[in-house]
Design a protein around this ligand. Structure first.
Ligand SMILES: Cc1cc2nc3c(=O)[nH]c(=O)nc-3n(C[C@H](O)[C@H](O)[C@H](O)COP(=O)(O)OP(=O)(O)OC[C@H]3O[C@@H](n4cnc5c(N)ncnc54)[C@H](O)[C@@H]3O)c2cc1C
Length: 408
């Protein structure tokens, strides 16, 4: 694993030696962003607005990785200071999305209700809520009777309590990806679809060019936003990234009976979760106690039949909501690009590859913060908005200090 380089210029873009590569190349850029997922698009938008010539290299089309396969969730209920702060930094962008980008992303703040089934689980939720409130998140702990009072359909649930945050919710990720593609281009970035990054030139330990299936880009800085494929891109310059691909499934269905109005996103002990979707549908997911690591180059994009049966059974038993198998409208599987501590990496390396990856199940909601912090790192010389240490690559070569455990 390559460690961060502390010797970077305060602002590399003030370096007068920049751009002295005289080789003839297809095109030139200050920055090549690899991957037009939601992280790469936000990075491109922020960087282009700071005046950099940005080329985004995407082997398929924008959002083709995990960014169009997720559940649309945005929440501030996390278990570590780092993840809570990434949510808090991102929140204004979701609130003001339409004003900034001219697109209504259908944000619905229905709240997330994390159910606790044991005393220990409730104690852990209480710890998390106390931490969240330190950062201004309006989350709260509810007793079993509070839950029944607020949502009568949940009365009598066999729970010890729950945590709830009314400002958590979900949005339309397709509209987000589309809006950011348009916005990044409007800010001056070039987005190249069908440009698979296959190799990089390195001279004196630093990147000088990026080769793609659609030609070469001369650049001295690469931002690796390739999601689950980020380790493969990093390998091209000899960097080992501890990001594994966890396969996760979701389904959308029509329940046997309409959901009660005002039901929040229900998360049951990491086993199963369900939220209201648009037009009377529900979205259902859950690890069911499994943790499957797959090869991102060859994984099954369809949800398994056994998983659909099992998750609907759990929804019936644990959440008392009946959904017939024949009512499933669509189902799919995608990838959580996950680090060992479930925190992302936002860091630079000696080769001048900036890593912005490992966002696991939070890459959509944390994408604005990712773009903001990556731009601070690249343009301002360092991350200023939050403590950068938990985001550094080198932390992952040491025993885990703090890990996020609220993923579902
Ligand atoms: C089922 C599921 C549910 C989820 N639910 C949520 C949720 O509710 N809320 C939330 O915030 N997050 C959720 N996530 C996680 C979220 O989707 C991811 O964290 C996020 O999409 C990661 O974005 P990214 O831009 O890093 O990666 P991606 O979207 O995967 O983008 C990476 C891009 O890089 C491209 N690429 C790869 N290799 C190369 C190469 N060599 N050359 C050029 N391009 C390349 C890929 O084609 C891809 O477009 C969920 C994920 C899944 C799978």
């Amino acid at each position: 694993m390559e460690h961060s380089c502390d010797g970077w210029h305060a602002s590399w873009f003030g370096d007068p030696l920049r751009g002295t590569n005289t080789q003839v190349k297809t095109r030139n850029a200050d920055v090549a962003v690899v991957g037009a997922g939601i992280i790469g698009l936000f990075c491109a938008w922020f960087l282009a607005r700071r005046g950099l010539r940005v080329v985004v290299l995407e082997r398929k089309t924008p959002g083709a990785g995990s960014s169009l396969r997720n559940g649309g969730g945005v929440r501030s209920q996390w278990g570590t200071a780092t993840n809570i702060q990434l949510s808090v930094l991102s929140e204004p962008f979701w609130d003001e999305f339409e004003d900034r980008f001219g697109v209504d992303v259908a944000l619905r703040r229905i709240g997330y209700l994390f159910l606790a089934r044991t005393t220990d689980a409730l104690a852990e939720l209480s710890r998390q809520v106390a931490l969240q409130r330190d950062f201004g998140v309006p989350s709260e702990i509810l007793s079993a009777s509070d839950i029944g009072t607020r949502w009568p359909s949940l009365d009598g649930f066999d729970v010890t309590g729950a945590s709830f945050c009314a400002s958590d919710g979900f949005l339309n990720q397709h509209r987000v990806v589309h809006a950011l593609t348009v916005a990044a281009e409007a800010a001056g970035a070039t987005i190249e679809s069908g440009a698979d990054v296959v190799a990089m030139d390195v001279a004196a330990g630093r990147i000088t060019a990026v080769h793609t299936t659609a030609g070469t880009v001369a650049t001295e800085l690469v931002v690796n936003c390739a999601g689950a494929w980020a380790p493969r891109v990093a390998e091209q310059v000899g960097i080992s990234l501890p990001i594994r691909s966890r396969r996760v499934s979701l389904l959308v269905a029509r329940p046997a009976h309409p959901l009660p109005v005002g039901l929040p996103w229900l998360i049951d002990s990491g086993e199963v979760h369900l939220r209201p979707d648009v037009e009377g549908r529900v979205q259902v997911g859950g690890f069911l106690g499994n943790d499957e690591t797959v090869d991102p180059a060859a994984f099954d994009h369809d949800a398994d039949g056994w998983w659909i049966d099992a998750v609907l059974g759990q929804v019936s038993r644990r959440l008392r909501i009946q959904i017939e198998r024949s009512s499933v409208i669509e189902s799919w599987a995608g990838l959580y690009p996950s680090t060992p501590d479930q925190h992302p990496i936002i860091d630079r390396t000696d080769a001048r590859m900036v890593i912005v990856g490992g966002f696991a199940g939070a890459g959509l909601m944390h994408a604005p913060a990712a773009g903001l912090l990556a731009t601070e790192l690249i343009v301002d010389g360092g991350i200023n908005s939050i403590d950068p240490d938990p985001l550094r690559l080198e932390r992952l070569s040491r025993p885990i200090a703090t890990a996020e455990r609220t993923g579902f």
